[in-house]
Design a protein around this ligand. Structure first.
Ligand SMILES: NC(=O)C1=CN([C@@H]2O[C@H](COP(=O)(O)OP(=O)(O)OC[C@H]3O[C@@H](n4cnc5c(N)ncnc54)[C@H](OP(=O)(O)O)[C@@H]3O)[C@@H](O)[C@H]2O)C=CC1
Ligand SMILES: O=C(CO)[C@H](O)[C@H](O)COP(=O)(O)O
Length: 621
């Protein structure tokens, strides 16, 4: 685009030849009416142009079906450019040729058989509304230089943007680059604190040689091909909203934002709706695997619109880990915030798996084993349990610092960033007893009251575990037993949420993308992929049922011993309690119902009336 005489046809044809694309001169597509009008010396009005620009828009659309094209057209006004790009906004790259009045005037009038009155050129300059989103080329340069410049600018555009270069963002950038993607990387600039983060990061890693670093948001956005695909790896909560507001003015309709952080699924749904109203796609994608997983292949749980997912699928599936059949551990989860919900439950299961290992650790500690001795036993367990968290626990226990085990010098206050908390809220809201997730969360909370615990230890006296004798088989069995209950409860919560929100989640597929890349990958997860192909509940699967029956006596015994020896085992004991409760046909909830009716006239149903009718009794008479 550009005013008459700026050299559009020459440059356009050269560029088309260079890029091996068909070339079209817009002036050749005027209607008969327009040609007659121009021939009679009359200038075209906007109505005349409307049909012509629509014809050109159709022409481009046709060309895009095959590949692409170079089309030249003065396109001086914003509204003309809007018409030209109608429905294909994100597929158009504008190239704006500009020069000063005298240069263009002299050039035109030097051409053979050409004379342009200066008024006509002046009116072109007056009409021109300069584009803000175009590759701009000064015609003072030679055509060769202009073509080179355009090609350089086109090549410069990245395929994918990553915003937030913290632990996860950095690893994902290297992963994307290693997979051959040209990326743009952005981290905010904070004077004196966060300066040139992206540039410094790029300089440290040869893998990032083609990546473009930014700390200016507008430049970052403009460096990405449209429709832009930009992944946020920033802290959940207010930060995401702040970043969305900051980036919105620079985005174009149809661009796609992926929130790869641990955001709350309800907020993801709200953000999805909000951005939809701005014609921006929003994909909430849980990512698991920590720093190493993000680098070598995480497990990814994307949700939102399936159409938008298709555009980012090649990127996410390429960087994801692969399961044992070579399939990517990334799959479209479902609508709204279902991806972040599933990631939240992943973390809930993760909290429990971690807590169970912590409880195993305290039992071993009670038997006076050193961290190395504990690691040795766990090493043997690896024959029966292939779990990432078990493996890293062995490494942790063996880590020494100045001749002492590092674990002995780590303060016993467990932190959390919110996902276990939200999972516990979800379990309560949906009315599903995922009791182990709640217990593991509350164990972390209790741990944080370190000062109170020290005081209580003094006032109640040391817990007495001096006589404990643990059978290692019982301990391993109890651990395995609790892990099965944990996975049952976690998946049950996903299943019920899926029904409640009408997400239509595929439990087997979720288990599959958790078999590799993520923090809760284990051989049990691989078994569950098959279990969920046949039924929605783990506990009705014959083989799992048999395993639980075999493990249960050990779990009962181990839990009893720990309780008698005053060892805190909230998750191990809850797993036993849960199965006891779940397998009780005649429970004591009838007493609860009677109490509720007694003090609050809440009514109850009767076992001798199967109509479902509710009764109230006057208990005092
Ligand atoms: N670490 C892990 O194992 C995993 C983390 N996650 C999730 O991924 C997300 C990122 O985690 P992680 O990489 O560990 O976190 P980090 O704390 O390492 O990085 C956070 C990033 O967010 C940026 N940021 C913070 N506040 C703002 C703001 N107001 N505006 C712009 N940028 C901001 C930071 O920039 P700056 O450096 O300038 O402060 C930094 O780049 C979180 O949601 C986390 O829960 C998910 C899976 C695993
Ligand atoms: O998502 C993760 C792993 O899957 C993150 O490591 C997350 O931070 C863990 O949660 P928390 O900080 O609450 O322990």
């Amino acid at each position: 685009m550009g005013v008459s005489g700026v050299g559009k046809s020459t440059i356009g044809q050269l560029l088309a030849d260079e890029m091996n694309l068909p070339f079209f001169d817009g002036d050749n597509y005027h209607s008969k009416h327009n040609v007659e009008k121009m021939s009679s010396g009359e200038s075209l009005n906007d109505d005349d142009r409307h049909g012509w620009l629509s014809t050109l828009n159709q022409l481009i659309k046709e060309q895009l079906k095959n590949n692409s094209c170079i089309l030249v057209c003065s396109a001086l006004k914003n509204k003309y450019r809007e018409l030209l790009s109608d429905g294909i906004l994100n597929e158009i790259e504008w190239i704006y040729l500009f020069g000063d009045f005298d240069t263009i005037y002299n050039r035109i009038n030097k051409r053979k058989n050409h004379f342009m009155p200066s008024e006509l050129l002046k009116s072109q300059f007056d009409t021109l509304e300069k584009p803000t989103n175009a590759i701009t080329c000064n015609i003072d340069n030679s055509p060769k230089e202009i073509i080179e410049n355009i090609k350089k600018e086109l090549m410069k555009k990245s395929e994918f943007g990553l915003l937030g270069l913290g632990v996860m963002g950095k690893s994902l950038c290297i992963n994307l680059s290693n997979n051959g993607f040209k990326i743009s990387m952005y981290n905010r600039h904070v004077d004196g604190v966060e300066e040139h983060v992206a540039l410094k990061f790029k300089k440290k890693h040869t893998e990032l040689s083609s990546a473009l670093p930014f700390d200016n948001l507008e430049e970052f956005v403009n460096s990405i091909q449209k429709p832009r695909k930009i992944m946020f790896m920033v802290n959940a909560g207010k930060t995401i909203d702040a970043v969305i507001e900051n980036i919105l003015p620079y985005l174009s309709e149809g661009d796609i934002i992926i929130d790869g952080g641990n955001s709350n699924y309800n907020s993801t749904k709200e953000r999805f709706e909000y951005l939809k109203s701005k014609n921006i796609h929003f994909i909430g994608a849980g990512v698991s695997g920590g720093e190493e997983g993000a680098l070598k292949g995480p497990s990814i749980m994307p949700s939102g619109s399936r159409e938008a997912y298709k555009s980012v699928q090649p990127f996410l599936e390429s960087i994801a880990s692969h399961d044992r059949n070579g399939l990517p551990c990334c799959a479209y989860i479902g609508p709204e915030g279902s991806g972040h919900f599933v990631k939240m439950i992943h973390n809930g299961i993760e909290y429990v798996e971690m807590q169970l290992l912590a409880e195993v650790f305290s039992i071993f500690k009670a038997t006076r084993k050193t961290p190395d001795e504990i690691a040795e036993v766990l090493e043997i367990w690896k024959k029966d349990v292939d779990s990432y968290l078990l493996n890293i626990t062995i490494d942790i226990l063996r880590k020494k610092e100045n001749n002492d085990w590092l674990i002995n010098n780590i303060l016993d206050k467990a932190g959390n960033k919110g996902t276990g908390n939200w999972a516990t809220i979800a379990t309560a809201e949906l009315g599903i007893p995922s009791t182990l997730i709640a217990s593991s969360l509350f164990a972390r909370y209790t741990s944080s009251f370190k000062e109170d615990r020290i005081k209580a230890n003094i006032s109640f006296g040391n817990n007495d575990s001096s006589n404990i004798k643990i059978d290692l088989i019982d301990l391993l069995n109890a651990y395995q037993f609790a892990r099965i209950i944990n996975h049952y409860q976690g998946f049950k919560l996903i299943e019920e949420a899926s029904k409640f929100h009408k997400w239509n989640l595929n439990l087997s597929e979720i288990a599959r993308i958790w078999t590799s890349g993520c923090i809760i990958k284990s051989d049990l997860m691989a078994v569950l992929v098959e279990v969920f192909k046949k039924s929605k509940s783990i506990l009705i699967n014959e083989s799992i049922k048999q395993q639980l029956q075999v493990l249960r006596p050990s779990a009962n015994k181990l839990v009893s011993q720990c309780i008698l020896n005053e060892i805190a085992i909230p998750c191990l004991s809850e797993s036993v309690n849960f199965l006891n409760t779940y397998t009780t046909a005649d429970s004591s909830a009838n007493l609860i119902q009677a109490q509720r009716d007694y003090f609050g006239a809440h009514t109850y149903q009767r076992t001798d009336d199967d109509s479902g009718k509710f009764y109230h009794t006057n208990w005092k008479n």
